[in-house]
Design a protein around this ligand. Structure first.
Ligand SMILES: Cc1cc2nc3c(=O)[nH]c(=O)nc-3n(C[C@H](O)[C@H](O)[C@H](O)COP(=O)(O)OP(=O)(O)OC[C@H]3O[C@@H](n4cnc5c(N)ncnc54)[C@H](O)[C@@H]3O)c2cc1C
Length: 427
């Protein structure tokens, strides 16, 4: 996107074309202005347009330009924070509400895909959270028992069953979560956008918001080429925020994450790696993830930015790590490589902000935005429609707060991942 092959990589190469959109030119009016064309903004637009509300989405670059078009494509249920710890972090009411909402969020994603016929390589066979060593096994065992007590369809698999499903004996076990799955993320958000347009929403791309002012009961939201007046503004700019809601980005520590896609694997090897097409990530602090795409490319990722010395270091590490994990692959060439910024908050939980009267947004999904972004977009639509009050939301209202030493932490993540990958052949 924007002539950068390392921004959206494989997903841009294989997604159906984006719907035709143009930049905002001149002044217009709507019921709701939505800023940001990722999962959150487009889901809100779809749900509002379906009720007949006049919706205008202003996206600074292209649909899916932010995290939505760059990610691994794991449709996760829940957050990093374990189910038992969540009520402690957020209080009993919000904690249980968030758990319930996020546990069911992949279902909403899959229903929308089905209802709108979105071609996005959806796989419904769950995800495997793979345990590295004894510590990893303890972590997933605790997680599994906490989810099972809440009735979630999760299963703990031993090392032998994990080896059979993943195609490597590298793991001590895994947690199979049948609520989850994988998809082609850029294809998904473009498909949601087509559905929103069909429902009557207007989407302007190349329309970066530069300011907003209030007069009477209305907001005027401005780009360089025009403005939209509306009584509600939804801010869904998350880790890629620019302009008036830069504070959303400032609240997060950016964690760089890259993905490399192989060429389609030969049939004999493909039948041994993830034959049931689950998505995988592991329990390491500098984690790795992998999954197959529809035609059998292996998409392998980890923490790091593919720029400066990082590119050579991470690509060389990925070749060594894949050799350890799947020796039968032989020497690996990558067809595509790309990376993006994951927005991490200080307690690894998302935020709900009211920036001014009727100016609201969710952000900070900590690398888990497909299902939460989709469901929170729906929640924002319900808030605007008056179907929900702020007290009913899954998160308490907070003000954006800049974490201490943010730039230092970002440098540490980027440099630390390079140091960790430099001489290692650990997957
Ligand atoms: C490399 C990577 C891997 C990931 N892997 C996964 C995964 O496997 N599973 C998962 O669930 N999540 C994953 N995530 C996280 C997920 O992609 C994000 O949480 C999600 O994209 C957030 O959705 P969003 O719609 O809120 O924001 P985004 O998708 O980031 O969209 C925000 C949009 O706002 C626009 N914008 C910003 N400022 C302005 C402005 N002033 N005016 C107009 N537009 C503006 C941006 O251009 C952008 O398109 C990953 C993220 C990355 C980067």
């Amino acid at each position: 996107m924007l002539n950068n092959p390392r921004s959206h990589g494989l997903w841009e190469k294989t997604a159906p074309a984006a719907p035709a959109t143009v930049a905002l030119a001149g002044d217009t009016r709507a019921d709701v202005v939505i800023v940001g064309g990722g999962f959150t903004g487009i889901s809100a637009a779809l749900h509002l347009a379906e009720t007949g509300r006049r919706v205008v989405v202003l996206e600074g670059a292209e649909i899916g330009f932010g995290g939505a078009g760059r990610n691994v494509g794991l449709i996760n249920a829940g957050m990093w924070v374990t189910p038992d710890d969540l009520p402690g972090e957020l209080g009993e009411v919000h904690g249980e509400r968030l758990l319930d909402m996020l546990g069911n969020a992949p279902k909403l994603v899959m229903e929308l895909i089905e209802r709108h016929g979105i071609a996005c390589e959806l796989e419904r066979n769950g995800t495997l959270h793979c345990a590295v060593g004894e510590a990893g096994l303890k972590e997933i065992t605790d997680r599994a028992s906490q989810w099972r007590r809440r009735g979630a369809p999760v299963t703990l698999l031993d090392a032998a069953e994990t080896a059979k499903r993943v195609g490597t004996g590298a793991y001590a076990g895994s947690l199979l979560d049948m609520r989850a799955g994988t998809l082609q993320p850029l294809a998904y958000v473009r498909g949601l956008a087509k559905a929103a347009l069909a429902a009557g929403a207007t989407i302007h791309t190349g329309s970066r918001v530069t300011g907003y002012t209030r007069s009477g009961s209305e907001w005027t939201v401005r780009t360089d080429a025009g403005s939209v007046k509306a009584s509600w503004v939804i801010v869904s700019t998350d880790a890629y925020s620019t302009g008036p809601w830069e504070g959303v980005r400032q609240e997060q520590v950016h964690l760089p994450y890259f993905n490399l896609a192989t060429h389609p694997l030969p049939a004999d090897i493909l039948s041994t790696i993830l034959p049931e097409r689950e998505g995988v990530w592991d329990t390491k602090e500098i984690l790795s993830s992998f999954r197959l795409d529809q035609v059998g490319r292996l998409v392998f990722g980890s923490v790091g930015a593919l720029r400066n010395t990082g590119r050579a270091v991470h690509v060389a590490w990925a070749r060594r790590a894949l050799k350890r994990l799947f020796p039968a692959l032989g020497p690996v060439e990558f067809e595509c490589e790309w990376f993006g910024k994951i927005g991490m908050t200080d307690n690894a939980l998302p935020r709900f902000h009211r920036f001014a009267e009727n100016v609201v947004g969710f952000s900070g999904y900590n690398g888990r935005g497909i299902a939460p972004g989709t469901v929170f977009g729906h929640t924002l639509a319900q808030l605007v429609l008056g179907d929900l009050d702020e007290e009913d939301l899954p998160l308490p209202l907070t003000d954006p707060k800049v974490p201490a030493f943010r730039p230092v932490k970002e440098l540490y993540y980027e440099a630390g991942a390079q140091i960790a990958h430099f001489a290692s052949d650990r997957f």
